[in-house]
Design a protein around this ligand. Structure first.
Ligand code: ATP
Ligand code: MG
Length: 255
């Protein structure tokens, strides 16, 4: 897989697919992770595998709201960690917020593996970053192993979270969130910034700001936007969903 030529038009999609395959082998993902990824790939194909202009505006809004938040947190699952863990750590370092591993099919084993994975990604990033950025990177907390918080409105293991992370957060950035949890977080009065390639999912329709884009493109976009210190706007989320559907609907024009 590593020998795909740079000129291959779908190189990054193929590399992402391989990351999912490797992540599954290493026990980082739920059994259904490949189904979720495949669904994402289909929507991304319709988008043209690029960040649309309305997704860019949503990315900017996400950066603005993370900067304005009092207690922001980035919630990571298996797929988002494998595909874009390093980008999430960069965001956390710039914003000064924790990352919380929070997964739908929770097992202690997978929680530990994902926390360890993010910690080793943080070490790698530390080693490759300029001196001026190292302090902030080393301060990024990876929460999740201690589930001393609850998401009210959810039952069983899915209600577990960290008191210092999701429970106390006013803004939650959640790549690839489940609709139920998104609804519960919104009902608690939190702002939810979701990243989801499906503009029709419950998550996309419920979130405060939805970025309809592939998770690694969206998170790198947020890293870039944070540097320009954007201000939040009055946000019409339906518009961004309509726009994504329009781009997908017009994909036949590329034939
Ligand atoms: P919901 O629970 O919000 O109604 P769902 O149950 O239809 O949605 P899930 O299986 O919970 O969907 O989550 C998978 C979602 O993640 C899909 O909507 C899929 O399009 C999206 N997705 C998968 N891979 C990526 C990716 N790499 N980047 C962005 N989104 C992705
Ligand atoms: Mg779901």
């Amino acid at each position: 897989m590593t020998n795909i030529p740079d000129s291959h038009p779908r190189k990054s999609s193929l590399l992402s697919r391989q990351k999912i395959v490797d992540g599954a082998k290493r026990g980082l993902l739920a059994d259904s992770a490949m189904i979720a990824h495949g669904r994402g790939e289909a929507y991304d194909y319709l988008l043209g595998e690029r960040t649309t202009s309305s997704a860019s505006i949503a990315i900017r809004e996400a950066a603005a709201r993370l900067l304005r938040a009092v207690s922001p947190v980035i919630s990571m699952n298996g797929n988002s960690t494998v595909l874009a863990g390093a980008e999430a750590i960069k965001i956390a370092a710039i914003v000064g917020c924790p990352i919380e591993v929070n997964i739908y099919y929770r097992t202690e084993e997978r929680m530990t593996r994902l926390v360890n994975e993010l910690e080793s990604m943080r070490e790698e990033l530390l080693a490759s970053s300029p001196r001026a950025e190292r302090d902030a990177i080393s301060r990024v907390e990876i929460l999740g192993l201690v589930s001393d918080g609850r998401i009210r409105g959810l039952e069983g293991p899915r209600s577990l979270c960290s008191a210092d992370g999701i429970e106390k957060a006013d803004v939650v950035l959640v790549p690839l969130e489940d609709g139920d949890r998104c609804e519960a977080l919104i009902a608690l009065g939190k702002e939810v910034i979701a990243i989801d390639l499906n503009p029709l999912s419950r998550t996309s329709r419920t979130a405060t700001v939805t970025i309809v884009d592939e998770v690694s493109r969206a998170l790198s976009g947020i890293v870039n936007e944070l540097h320009s210190k954007p201000e939040p706007s009055i946000w019409d989320n339906k518009n961004t969903l309509k726009d994504a559907l329009e781009v997908m609907g017009n994909s036949y024009l590329r034939i």
